[in-house]
Write a protein that binds this ligand. Structure first.
Ligand code: KG4
Ligand code: ZN
Length: 339
């Protein structure tokens, strides 16, 4: 019989310091220290993020072990985010993971953050079984927007991407101009529920193939807000819900159109989404509606595995441990690690 493994997952690619303990594919603890410091700057300040990771990493790992009720000596392997992400932030997580693996004399496993956003669907979940291969993976985050052909756990090929801003970045920048706190995505989602999605019209950018573009749309939104605010200083306040609903509808339509195109082109019957923006209620409802109507399957991640977390790093670690894809001490982090 296979021996039970206990994996410590460590995530530090951006502004969340996270640690999780998995018993095989089951999450025993999933802890996150959010860095509030970036809110007053309207975006992540890399230097401050690295410092906060330094302060948070030991307490977060200790908390994860304590909630899981296991001792560090029981760990079978340590999985950490190697990239992509902010270099200084990645260095804190990787240096910690390497030191602990070395001292405990257990395997170290490097994990690609974007693969992890999709593979979170393989975490044991009573409500939904994991997707079968092949499937169309869609990663929607603050730094990435990718369409991915996924043939197996580790055979992933990018077939479409954003040519400029990521979808989460577009949400955050549109939110910033309306005076919302960083990250603005969740707040836009909430405010949009009371707004009219057809109140303001934005053109859908025309981009060939499976790529998308968000920067023109973001600029069109900022221009509309600025122009109207000059005429009416209360424009944002008076139209906040409608502005949120209209821009959300357009940002979501852009990616949904390409998901449908990619699905048809590659004859795929399963769509799996991941990343922070996969928490968006509009994306979730539109995809569910379309899937029901046209008889294909959509896999929506549980909310706790959408935004950055370490459970998703742990599950990749588990699958790599099973297939003995172990890391080495001389592997360095990479800000632009590709799939
Ligand atoms: O995956 P993630 O936690 O970090 C990156 O790897 O980038 O994604 C963060 C992004 C932010 O841009 C945030 O505004 C967005 O996810 N986000 C949302 C929602 N929840 C988080 N965007 C739209 N609607 C949401 N409900
Ligand atoms: Zn992420």
């Amino acid at each position: 019989m296979k021996k039970t493994s206990y994996i410590l997952g460590i995530e530090s690619s951006c502004d969340d310091t996270a640690a999780a303990i998995l018993k095989d594919n089951q999450v025993l603890s999933n802890c996150i220290a959010n860095q509030k410091i970036h809110q007053s700057y309207g975006g992540v300040v890399p230097e401050l993020a690295s410092r906060a990771h330094q302060a948070n990493i030991v307490p977060v790992v200790q908390q994860a072990l304590s909630i899981a009720n296991i001792d560090k000596k029981e760990l079978s392997a340590i999985a950490y985010t190697r990239g992509p992400g902010l270099l200084g932030s990645l260095l804190v997580g990787s240096a910690f993971a390497k030191s602990l693996a070395l001292s405990l004399e257990i395997p170290l496993i490097e994990v690609n953050h974007m693969q992890a956003h999709l593979l979170c669907h393989f975490i044991n979940n009573e409500d939904q079984s994991p997707p079968e291969f092949p499937f169309l993976g869609v990663t929607l985050s603050g730094g990435h927007t990718q369409l991915v052909l996924v043939e197996s756990h580790f055979e992933m090929k990018e077939i479409g991407k954003t040519r400029d801003d990521a979808i989460g970045e577009a949400f955050d920048k549109c939110g910033k101009i309306m005076g919302l706190n960083y990250p603005a995505g969740p707040e836009i989602d909430r405010l949009a529920k009371e707004g009219d999605p057809n109140a303001f019209d934005f053109p859908i950018p025309k981009v060939d193939g499976l790529d998308v573009s968000y920067s023109g749309l973001k600029t069109a939104f900022i221009n509309l807000v600025n122009k109207n605010s000059m005429k009416n200083p209360n424009f944002i306040e008076e139209n906040l819900n409608d502005l949120c609903a209209s821009i959300q509808k357009t940002l979501v339509t852009v990616i949904i159109n390409k998901i449908i195109l990619a699905k048809e082109k590659y004859k795929l019957n399963r769509v799996v989404i991941g990343g922070g923006v996969a928490a968006n209620s509009k994306i979730r409802s539109v995809l569910t509606e379309k899937a029901n109507l046209d008889h294909w399957e959509v896999f929506l991640p549980p909310f706790q595995y959408t935004t950055d977390n370490a459970a998703m790093i742990g599950i990749v670690g588990y699958h790599k441990l099973l297939s003995q894809q172990l890391g080495t001490m001389d592997q360095s982090v990479s800000a632009r690690l590709s799939l």
